[in-house]
Every structure is written in structure tokens, then in C-alpha cells.
Design a protein around this ligand. Structure first.
Ligand code: 26Q
Length: 821
């Protein structure tokens, strides 16, 4: 069966056989979904051989293994990318075509596994792919949510959330591994007992527990036979109560355990950069962390008698604070199960754990009330208390005369457990996700910790995988690049710089623009089919796709559209290049201003798209249900990439990199990784505007920003804001957008008005948008800039990011997998 996909006839036979065996149908009778399943099983068959071979290498060589702990893995569809990484995408496409089947339509049958919210979850997915491609041994550890990120419907312009039933038809790329199940305990109490040797033992009693059952998903390296594993945990009750509970008369407990298991992994919390301090969330965190660590330690002990060697064989990376209970859980295993002393256990833990920070937004810093934490995880809480007690002594030693430091740095303070403080105290590495972000952490947010542990802090600028976001998402551009500079960029994106010499070549410029046009046609078709809106593929596609959050300032974008519309109405003959403003964004279900902004975008779209008098010069489109699969189409078709967060607020951004790779020009603030994008591409090939991070932070400190002054002085701003409350975009309910108006001007609504400096940056944004239009008039020069964006995207591959993590933090060695091992 080996490499069956490379053998066309065997591949075709396997697909037909699968259709027959799975559904008792012939190929012509099978639905697309059934063919998707059949094709996927054929592909899985090839993967399995490489997966087994990779496991054999791990067993034989006993290398150090990374455990990447993350509450979120926003994987996106697997079939197409698996075929690409197995280097048989085109062969399979051809074989299926001969069977009368269109691979693209089959790919569309796969639900997006959306076990993540946005940037952080997608980063984890890119990292898994890069780790496998570079040949580093790694497990992703997460949760098998039964419902992922909600599906977004737009009804009357409002967002409606629908459950994401991604497992409905069965997911062909997962493998249940019940033989590696573990028990995870919650609640109860801890008693201290003295054992026969005189040692104090802590016994956890009267707890509730669930079984954690791992499902493995294969992560395929590009053309290297390496298949790593994403291990996501499902929950099942420990005993089924039909069998045991009635006999034992323990009915209530059995029902409780059943419910616990059912609720635990039911749904992903749909918040992004905002904390929902819900008990169930903490349960989810401990559940997958405990199971993953038990698995990691068991695996280690299979080959090693000396537990103190753990840091040489295991690295644990915590993706934000969400899995930070890992620190205390590892201590618990070492203390209670392995019988180590505190100092031994602490020494191992602090050589094993590392932490990545993804935000400086205050509302996203995780804190848990002691009451919840200690009730749910009594033994873990004891351990955190002891970590805190010793940490405070250290703080006093370090800053003897500064009582304030304890208040600011303690792990437990004010009735709360502060997860970031725990993560920093117990990790040997603390990293930010873009240079500017890391500098802000060191200088401001985490400055106290930086003073105490300067050696722990380091930067790892984010990256993205070019296999998904260029090869798969933009096959035309990918082939064009390969034709001209060869295929090395696929596994080493810095080779893209070879394109730069073609930037001035008019024929190349034309070819590039033609590919862009084809991709715009493809997106226009998608928009027509899914939104019923017709857009002109010759217009500038100006795109902002990302989670909806006030700091990302979708409101600034749509206010500018309203302004531009006013201008066109007033000066019908002004010079104007037709523009399509494309938005895509999900709002957290309870985030009112975010949801209202979606409604505003749709209302503005309604008015402008239907105004015949402007001749279709502006179109506004809100793409429903923005997700990884349609993101790939969107990046490929974009001319302008809107990256307009308030400076200092976006830790890095990764969408910005995906646009750049696809030859869109960035219109952005000097925030997150935009700073590094500007540095790579040069100031002539990017549109920068707005306040700097330092300026924003300065105003926040001084609290001297007054948006009302701008409102009073700038007639254009005034006009647009008045249109928010005069019913222009909501004739039936003129008050509808009042809250958005208030958020910009009214100090009573939030701590201070216009928290995200939208009015402060408005003028500068308008000017930058004018520069965009001027630049687009010169199509050749635009093409040149776009090509240079592609050419200079090399730094932003997640391969580069992962190599830096390996060199500075994880210290892994590459494995080599030959088949037939
Ligand atoms: C926490 C507690 C309870 C419920 C939800 C959460 C939660 C969930 C997701 C908190 C934060 C997140 C996600 C954060 C996130 O995506 N951050 C982004 O990370 C990217 C990758 O590093 C960066 O590029 C973005 O700048 C950053 O916003």
C-alpha cells in the first residue's frame, strides 16, 4: 500500500474501494461528502505508514521532544495541505479528474476544524506544520472541542452564532487512542499523611474525575516523511453509571461525573483577547494540561529511570497563560507521584517550562479568584501557594526596600491567582511575539519581572506557513514564483528575495497583475455566491479580515468609507479609482460594540452598494463566516492589507504576513509585526500612518487625549460622526449606532472616550488612503511594490520562527525518517 497516491491506478482503485466499503455505493452514486471521506481515507493510508515510521525513529533515537501546550489549534482543512506536503496534490487532482471528480469541490466538503479563535490558535497550527517540515519531534497538546469556533450567519446585518458541528459526518484525519487514556481529578480535598518512612504524603480525596481520551491528528512535514502528532483530548466518564452506580447506590456521583465529562470539552470559548473568568474554562485548562503531562512523563519514563533528566528530553511551551497550570501540575507529579523534594521538583520544572505572551491588553491577562481555583484544584492550589510564598521571599531579596514590588509581582494577591506571574516565575524563557511587543513587555508591562529575570526575556517574531498560505491558497502565484526562481522557497522562504530582480520587469509586472486579477475573479465569484453582491474585479480590493475588536479599529475603516462616500457625493467628478472594501470578522458573542460594528458595516454596505448615483465606485462587502478556508481565497485576491490597530495594542498580527506573502500592500500603523514588515519591504512599498506606540502610551499615561476637540475642529469627522446618530444608515432606528458614537466621544461610557484613538488617527488615515489611490494609478509601480512585498516576505515564515525557538529555547535535534525503517 506504500505511497499509493503516487500510483495513479492504485489511488483510483483505493478511492472506489473506500466508497464501496464505507457506503455500499459506486462512485457515481456517492455524494461529494462521501467522496471526500473516501479520498481522505486513501490519503490517511499513506500517512499512516509515515506516521508509524516517525514513531519508530522517536523510539529508536530517543530525541528531546517538544510539547506545545495550547487551548487552541486553528487547523483549517487538512486534505489539501496533506496532499501538498505529501507532494502529490497535482497527481491526485489529475487522478480524480479522470474519475470525473473535481478535487477543489471535494476539498470544500471538509469542515474547517476550527478549534481556535484567531491569531493565537492559527499560530499554533502554523507552528505544528513548520515543526514537522523542519523535522523536529513535537506534540501539539490541546482539546478536542465537540463544537469549535461558532459559524457566523449575517441576518438583517446582525451577526448570528450557530454551533459548529464539525464532527457530524466523522472526521477522517483523527485516530482515537483509548490505550493512552488518563484520569484527571477535580474538587475534593487534600489530606496530609505521614508514610512509613516519615515523609508527608498528600492524598487527594472525595474528588470527581473524568477520563481523558486522546485523539491523534497527523501533522505532515513537507516532502520529508515526518509525521508529527496533534494530540487532542476528549473526556469520558470514568464509569458508565448504568453498570456501576445503581449497584453501589452512588447514583448522584455517577450522574455528576457523566455531566462533568459531557460539559468539559463541549465547546471552545469564543473570546479573543478577552477573559471569560468561568469555572468551566479553568476545568478545561487543567483537564488537557494534566492529561498531556501525565502522557509526557510516562513516555519519558519508558526510556529513563532518572527523572532529573526530564529537561534534557522534554520541553514544554505554554501558548499564553491558558495552559499555565502546567507548572503546578508538573510540580504535583514530581512531588506526589515521583516523591521528589521541593527543590528537586522546582529545578526540573523551571528547566522544562517556557512561556509565550501574546498580549498586553489588560482585559486579556488571566486571573482566577482563589475561591474557584482552590475549590476546583485543591492540591494544585496548595502548590501554587508554596510557589508564591517562596517567590515573595525572592522578590524581597531582590528588591529589599520596595514593598510595592510584592503587590505588583506576587502570584497570589488580592484574592486572585495571577497566571502570567506564575508562568514567568516558573519558566526559563519568556517571549513576546514581535520585536515591538517584546520591547513593550520589557520596558512597561512586565518591567518588574524583566528587572528580576532579564535573562529569561526574548523575542520570537511570529511567522506563517507558506505551504498553506501560498502553495495551497494561491497556486497561480506559487507556480509563477517557482517558474522564475525555482522551488527552494517552499522550504526556505528567504529564497523569495530572488524575485526582487524582476520587480522592474514590465512583463513580470503584467504577469503578476494578471495572476492577481484571476484571484480577484475567484473571490468575486465566492462573494457573488455567498453574499449575493457583485463586485468589480478591476477595482482595488481593500481588505480587513481578522477578529472584531475595538483595538483593531474596524470602526476607523468603516468611518473612512463613510467619509469617502460623503466626498463622492459632494464632488461627483473627483478623481477616483473604484474600490471594494472587504471585511470579514467574528465578534465574541457577548461583545456589544463589536457586534454593533458588524451591523454598521452591513448598514453602510446597504446604503452605498445601492446608491446608483456613485456609479459603483465604492462597494462594501462583509464576508460571512470568515475562517481559515475562505481566508486563503481572500489573501490571494487582496490589493490592500488593512493593519490599522492602535499602535502598541496588536502584539504581532499574522494576517499582515499572509497578505504580504500574496503581494498585497500594507496600509498600517507602526504596531506589532507591521514594524518589521515595513523594515523588510522598505518605506516606498508600504503605507504607514498614525501615532506611534510611544505616543499612544504617553497619552494613556497623561490622560490628556480629548477626542471632542477633534470632533469640534474637523468638519469631516463631525459630519461622519453625526451620520452615526442621524439615521442615515439606520432610518428605522436612528439611535441604533448611538453606542458607537458614544464610545468615541462620551467619557461616561468608558473610562475615557475613544480609548483606541480612532479620531486622533483619522486624518492621518485619510491621507494614507489618498496615497494608496495615487499609487494605484501607476499600475506598473504598484505591481513593482507588490512583487517586492512577495520578495521580502522571507522573514515571516513560521519555519524561521520555529528555528529561532529551537536555537534559543527548545534545543531540539532534527530527526530523519526513511520509510521501511
Ligand atoms: C482567555 C480566557 C477565557 C476565554 C478566552 C481567553 C482567550 C482566548 C483567546 C484569550 C485570548 C485569546 C487569543 C489571543 C490572541 O489570539 N492573541 C493574538 O495572538 C497572535 C499570535 O501571537 C498575535 O499575532 C496577535 O497580535 C494577538 O492578538
Amino acid at each position: 500500500m506504500k505511497n499509493i497516491v503516487f500510483n495513479k491506478d492504485a489511488f483510483k482503485k483505493s478511492v472506489s474501494d473506500n466508497v464501496k466499503n464505507l457506503y455500499r455505493k459506486t462512485l457515481t452514486e456517492a455524494s461529494r461528502q462521501e467522496i471526500f471521506q473516501a479520498v481522505s481515507y486513501t490519503v490517511k493510508d499513506v500517512i499512516i505508514d509515515q506516521w508509524i515510521a516517525t514513531q519508530h525513529v522517536l523510539d529508536r533515537d530517543d530525541p528531546k521532544i517538544l510539547y506545545y501546550m495550547s487551548m487552541e489549534f486553528l487547523m483549517g482543512r487538512a486534505l489539501g495541505n496533506n496532499l501538498i506536503n505529501l507532494t502529490c496534490y497535482n497527481e491526485v487532482k489529475e487522478a480524480l479528474a479522470e474519475m470525473g471528480v473535481d478535487l477543489n469541490l471535494i476539498e470544500d466538503e471538509e469542515p474547517d476544524p476550527a478549534l481556535g479563535n484567531g491569531g493565537l490558535g492559527r499560530l499554533a497550527a502554523c507552528f505544528m506544520e513548520s515543526l514537522a517540515t523542519l523535522g523536529y519531534p513535537a506534540y501539539g497538546c490541546g482539546i478536542r472541542y465537540h463544537y469549535g469556533m461558532f459559524r457566523q450567519k449575517i441576518k438583517d446585518g446582525f451577526q448570528i452564532e450557530e454551533p459548529d458541528d464539525w464532527l457530524k459526518n466523522g472526521y477522517p484525519f483523527e485516530l482515537k487512542r483509548p490505550e493512552h487514556s488518563y484520569e484527571v481529578k477535580f474538587g475534593g480535598y487534600v489530606s496530609a499523611r505521614t508514610d512509613e518512612t516519615g515523609r508527608t504524603r498528600f492524598v487527594h480525596e472525595n474528588y470527581q474525575s473524568v477520563m481523558a481520551i486522546p485523539y491523534d491528528m497527523p501533522i505532515i512535514g513537507y516532502n520529508n516523511n515526518v509525521v508529527n502528532t496533534l494530540m487532542i483530548w476528549d473526556a469520558e466518564p470514568k464509569q458508565s453509571f448504568e453498570l456501576d452506580a445503581f449497584d453501589k447506590g452512588d447514583y448522584k456521583k455517577a450522574v455528576e461525573q457523566q455531566n462533568l465529562a459531557r460539559n468539559l470539552v463541549e465547546v471552545l470559548y469564543p473570546n479573543d483577547n478577552h477573559i471569560a473568568g468561568k469555572e468551566l474554562r479553568l476545568k478545561q485548562q487543567y483537564f488537557f494540561v494534566s492529561a498531556s503531562l501525565q502522557r509526557a512523563v510516562d513516555r519519558f519514563k519508558k526510556n529513563h529511570a532518572d527523572i532529573s533528566m526530564l529537561p534534557e528530553k522534554v520541553a514544554i511551551q505554554m501558548n499564553d497563560t491558558h495552559p499555565t497550570v502546567a507548572v503546578a501540575e508538573l510540580m504535583r507529579i514530581l512531588l506526589d507521584d515521583e516523591g521528589l523534594s521541593w527543590d528537586e521538583a522546582w529545578s526540573i520544572t523551571t528547566k522544562t517550562c517556557a512561556y509565550t505572551n501574546h498580549t498586553i491588553m489588560a482585559e486579556a491577562l488571566e486571573k482566577w479568584p482563589i475561591e474557584i481555583f482552590s475549590r476546583l484544584l485543591p492540591r494544585i492550589y496548595q502548590i501554587v501557594e508554596e510557589i508564591n510564598r517562596r517567590f515573595i521571599l525572592k522578590i524581597q531579596e531582590e528588591f529589599p526596600n520596595d514593598g510595592d514590588k510584592i503587590r505588583k509581582m506576587a502570584i497570589i494577591y488580592d484574592g486572585q491567582v495571577k497566571m502570567a506571574h506564575l508562568a514567568i516565575a516558573a519558566s526559563y524563557s519568556v517571549n513576546g511575539v514581535a520585536r515591538l511587543h517584546t520591547e513593550i513587555l520589557k520596558k512597561r508591562e512586565l518591567n518588574d519581572f524583566y528587572q528580576m529575570f532579564p535573562q529569561k526575556f526574548n523575542n520570537k517574531t511570529n511567522g506563517i506557513t507558506q505551504r498553506r498560505f501560498l502553495m495551497h491558497g494561491n497556486p497561480l502565484l506559487a507556480s509563477w514564483v517557482t517558474e522564475h526562481i525555482g522551488a527552494d522557497w517552499i522550504t526556505n522562504l528567504s529564497y523569495m528575495s530572488k524575485l526582487a530582480i524582476y520587480a522592474d520587469d514590465e512583463k513580470m509586472q503584467q504577469e503578476f497583475m494578471n495572476i492577481k486579477y484571476q484571484n480577484k475573479l475567484r473571490l468575486a465569484k465566492y462573494i457573488q455566491q455567498h453574499n449575493g453582491v457583485e463586485v468589480d474585479p478591476r477595482s482595488i480590493f481593500d481588505v480587513q479580515v481578522k477578529r472584531l475588536h475595538e483595538y483593531k479599529r474596524q470602526l476607523l475603516n468603516i468611518l473612512h468609507v463613510m467619509y469617502l462616500y460623503n466626498e463622492l457625493k459632494e464632488h461627483p467628478d473627483m478623481e477616483f479609482i473604484p474600490r471594494t472594501f472587504i471585511f470579514g470578522a467574528k465578534a465574541a458573542a457577548g461583545y456589544r460594540n463589536a457586534k454593533l460594528t458588524i451591523k454598521l458595516i452591513n448598514s453602510v454596505a446597504d446604503v452605498i452598494n445601492n446608491d446608483k448615483s456613485i456609479d459603483g465606485k465604492i462597494k462594501v462587502v462583509f464576508i460571512e463566516d470568515y475562517k481559515v478556508s475562505n481566508a486563503e481565497l481572500i489573501f490571494a485576491a487582496a490589493d490592500v492589507s488593512e493593519q490599522i490597530s492602535t499602535a502598541s495594542k496588536e502584539a504581532s498580527g499574522t494576517g499582515n504576513m499572509k497578505f504580504m506573502l500574496n503581494g498585497a500592500l500594507t496600509l498600517g500603523t507602526m504596531d506589532g509585526a507591521n514594524v518589521e514588515i515595513a523594515e523588510e519591504v522598505g518605506k516606498d512599498n508600504i503605507f504607514i500612518f498614525g501615532m506611534s506606540a510611544d505616543e499612544v502610551i504617553e497619552h494613556e499615561k497623561k490622560r490628556d487625549y480629548d477626542p471632542m476637540q477633534i470632533f469640534n475642529q474637523d468638519q469631516d469627522v463631525r459630519k461622519v460622526l453625526m451620520q452615526l446618530i442621524n439615521g442615515m444608515y439606520s432610518p428605522n432606528d436612528p439611535e441604533l449606532f448611538r453606542d458607537l458614537y458614544n464610545s468615541l466621544l462620551n467619557t461616561q461610557c468608558t473610562q475615557y472616550a475613544d480609548t483606541y484613538f480612532i479620531l486622533a488617527d483619522f486624518r492621518s488615515y485619510v491621507e494614507a488612503q489618498k496615497r494608496v489611490m495615487e499609487a494605484y494609478k501607476d499600475e506598473k509601480n504598484w505591481a513593482k511594490s507588490a512583487i517586492l512585498n512577495v520578495a521580502h516576505s522571507g522573514k515571516f515564515s513560521s519555519d524561521r520562527t520555529i528555528q529561532e525557538y529551537v536555537d534559543d529555547i527548545w534545543h531540539l535535534n532534527r530527526i530523519k525518517v526513511d520509510l521501511d525503517i
